[in-house]
Design a protein around this ligand. Structure first.
Ligand code: SF4
Length: 333
């Protein structure tokens, strides 16, 4: 079997709180290949951002990876020192955030901030880093890049700041880019431009991409594969066509039904009733059962097994047990 760019195995991430240890990610496994985009989708608080922060080693102070492994190019990141992880971050794995000001420092010029990683990780001289910085700004479609290098983040529009952040993330030609809701704060036209840009750069650099989003429209536009998370668990995963044409989990169906369809005037928007449980809420059985119209007694008491719908498409839902002979139960976590 060929080695994947990134393989996450049974990841468990917990937070130490006044109420005790709370699990934000519970036994999640997935992988990403070079040149592939995996979209992780779910409502706010489902664990998708914590999954990406766990990969980056950027969990808040009270968060920790309690078990599981994160193999990147064959190395388990959970076993690395902070220093070793810092070297990989920004060099081989980069992240872009929803709000560029999270990553951009308001008191330094764009030029300073784009030169820094190039001088630290790539050991370029200041002059070389400056030249490369201008090239990067050009590559992400920023007009007058020489002038932008001397400007401060507040002098740029939201869309331009997002482009700068992408340029910074790509500075060291990472093999993996993690994009956490990169377009949510932008208007639709700029959103489309940024998504096109990420797609174009993926092709050019053959990067693996993990795109975190709550927006099924973005998934349709970007994903090769999609992983749906609910309350810290993976509930469905498959290639984007299979999941969109044959969604199996009631939560995935709910997410798809809550997307507006401009081509279908008859399409009725159906929001998913109820809300995501809090981390400290104890729910036996399937964690989706309080919101699921199909819940049975078994769903209330037993955590669902993972069933394979077809190769590369799996789902955790007891309906599969009775729904189809084609589904095969695979190892449960
Ligand atoms: Fe609904 Fe039961 Fe499937 Fe959970 S396991 S999604 S409650 S049918």
């Amino acid at each position: 079997m060929t080695q994947k760019l990134l393989s996450v195995a049974n990841l468990v991430t917990t937070f130490n709180t006044a109420e005790g240890k709370l699990s934000a990610v519970q036994g999640v496994s997935f992988s990403v290949d070079k040149g592939e985009t995996l979209c992780i989708v779910g409502e706010s608080g489902c664990g998708k951002s914590i999954t990406s922060l766990s990969i980056m080693g950027l969990l808040p102070n009270n968060g920790e990876i309690t078990s599981g492994a994160i193999y990147f190019e064959g190395t388990d990141l959970t076993k690395l020192s902070k220093e070793e992880l810092r070297h990989i971050r920004g060099n081989k794995i980069s992240m872009i955030f929803q709000e560029p000001m999270t990553a951009l420092n308001p008191v330094f010029t764009i030029g300073y901030q784009i030169r820094e990683p190039l001088m630290i990780h790539q050991k370029l001289s200041k002059r070389e880093a400056h030249k490369r910085g201008i090239e990067l700004l050009k590559q992400v479609g920023i007009p007058y890049p020489e002038k932008r290098m001397n400007q401060y983040p507040h002098e740029l529009s939201g869309g331009m700041r997002q482009r700068v952040m992408i340029a910074m993330a790509l500075a060291c030609r990472p093999s993996l880019l993690i994009a956490d809701e990169p377009t949510t704060a932008l208007d639709v036209t700029i959103q489309a431009q940024i998504l096109d840009l990420i797609n174009e750069l993926k092709e050019k650099l053959n990067m693996g991409i993990i795109m975190i989003t709550h927006d099924m429209g973005v998934v349709a536009e970007m994903a090769d594969r999609v992983m749906v998370m609910y309350a810290g668990e993976k509930v469905e995963e498959g290639d984007v066509i299979s999941v969109f044409t044959n969604p199996r989990h009631p939560y995935t169906k709910g997410l798809l039904q809550s997307v507006p369809n401009v081509d279908d005037k008859e399409h009725q928007l159906k929001p998913i009733p109820g809300t995501l449980p809090n981390l400290n809420e104890r729910i036996d059985g399937c964690r989706f059962h309080p919101r699921c119209p199909f819940a049975t007694e078994k769903c209330r008491t037993e955590s669902p097994a993972e069933f394979q719908v077809k190769e590369g498409h799996s789902v955790r839902c007891w309906l599969e047990e009775v729904d189809t002979d084609e589904s095969v139960a695979v190892a449960t976590s």
